[in-house]
Design a binder for this molecule. Structure first.
Ligand SMILES: [Zn+2]
Length: 118
């Protein structure tokens, strides 16, 4: 049910920013380390979006590669599976550079229904 709570978070964020305007597109940035299944997320998004301004909106998911960086030598690399050792210097003092994202990048709303916009 991981995707269900994420979907609720998305809808809450978007509703807050839409100010009552109907949302047509929601762009998301999802890091690979979040282990989100896109189809499942979309399914729950549609479910949670019902009866909100997000109903019927298209969810566009941009997957961000997981990258680690080594604090020892500054090397940065992409990982497919979690392997927390620097291939350049062998050090284990590494941090997640990218891949942990989960954020709404942008939303598109119907201009015709703008209320209170100048
Ligand atoms: Zn290193």
């Amino acid at each position: 049910m991981h995707e269900l709570s994420l979907s609720s978070a998305i809808v809450n964020t978007v509703v807050k920013h839409a100010h009552g305007r109907r949302v047509t597109v929601v762009e998301l940035r999802v890091g690979k380390l979040r282990q989100v299944i896109p189809d499942t997320l979309e399914f729950y998004f549609e479910f949670v979006a019902r009866d909100t301004v997000c109903e019927g909106a298209r969810l566009e998911q941009q997957v961000i590669d997981a990258r680690l960086s080594c604090r020892g030598c500054g090397h940065e690399w992409k990982i497919e599976i979690p392997a927390f050792r620097c291939p350049a210097c062998g050090g284990s003092d590494v941090e997640i550079a990218t891949g942990n994202e989960f954020e709404v990048e942008s939303i598109t709303v119907e201009e015709a229904e703008c209320i209170g916009q100048r």
